[in-house]
Design a binder for this molecule. Structure first.
Ligand SMILES: [Fe+2]
Length: 280
């Protein structure tokens, strides 16, 4: 497959690969979509750096439609991730975004995410998008720990501008395409943290109540272990393609007022995965 690529994939640590444009101005669609899809499935994250990205949201959406059916939101297919002055939800604030998977509250769970960095936040301003390789987390956790985590089910409720939904999901699940074990988890927030805008309601069951704190501590440590976590420091023009079924993702806080501007499109699987956990 790599012979179809315009350049050799370079490994990222601890997972993922980067393709660097062979010459300035190489368009993203010089890379065959089929090759990129399998690269994303194999490595879970692909960074395209130095390519000629998308002039605007319409061009990005048209490119992503070559990957498959797109998630359609009230705002369309392209989400502009930019800090808002009076955010009503943490997604549009400058703080830390807890680990989660996209589509957890939606009718369909996308297989892929496509991110385009319109404007990087700038050196020293934070705002890295964090990705945790959950199959690697489970591989390294040991069977007793995995057995304990497997008893836990999360019930998640979140109301925001685009939905008001409840989802029930086991913490350890199987990748819907090839069955590898994966983690589905929305990292709890500190309820006392008033700087976090719009806390979701999260409940976890399956372990005795006095074991849940240790469960969250252990799982969080494993998700953020440098052996499993890739924190992407954005450069303007970067395109990042990810496997949403294997990875959880979040965001490091960034300097409020930094010019961070990402666009994100979600590509559904073939066929689209109906969200198995959505209650309403
Ligand atoms: Fe997300």
């Amino acid at each position: 497959m790599t012979t179809l690529l315009p350049c050799e994939p370079a490994p990222l640590e601890p997972f993922g690969v980067a393709l660097h444009a062979p010459r300035p101005g190489t368009p993203v669609d010089a890379i065959p979509v089929a090759a990129l899809r399998s690269l994303t499935r194999d490595h879970h994250l692909v960074l395209l750096r130095g390519f000629d990205g998308f002039a605007g949201p319409e061009e990005m959406s048209a490119y992503c439609a070559q990957w498959g059916e797109l998630s359609v939101w009230p705002f369309g297919t392209v989400l502009d991730l930019v800090e808002r002055e009076q955010p009503e939800d943490h997604i549009f604030a400058a703080g830390h975004m807890p680990m989660h998977w996209d589509g957890m509250y939606r009718e369909h769970v996308p297989e892929f995410q496509v991110f385009h960095c319109v404007q990087a936040p700038g050196a020293g301003n934070g705002g890295e998008t964090t990705f945790s390789h959950t199959t690697a987390v489970l591989r390294d956790a040991g069977p007793d720990t995995v057995a304990r985590w497997s008893q836990v089910t999360g019930t998640y409720h979140r109301a925001m501008e685009y939905y008001d939904s409840t989802t029930v999901a086991p913490v350890v699940d199987a990748h819907p395409v090839h069955g590898a074990p994966v983690i589905r988890y929305n990292e709890p927030t500190d309820a006392g943290d008033d700087s976090f805008v719009n806390h979701p309601d999260l409940t976890f069951t399956g372990l005795p109540a006095d074991e849940l704190d240790a469960f969250h501590r252990e799982l969080r440590a494993a998700l953020y272990d440098p052996a499993h976590l890739y924190a992407h420091a954005w450069r303007t023009g970067d395109v990042v393609l990810t496997d949403n079924h294997t990875l959880l993702h979040g965001r490091n806080a960034f300097t409020s007022g930094a010019p961070r501007h990402l666009r994100r499109v979600q590509v559904l699987g073939t066929p689209p995965l109906v969200n198995p956990g959505l209650v309403r």
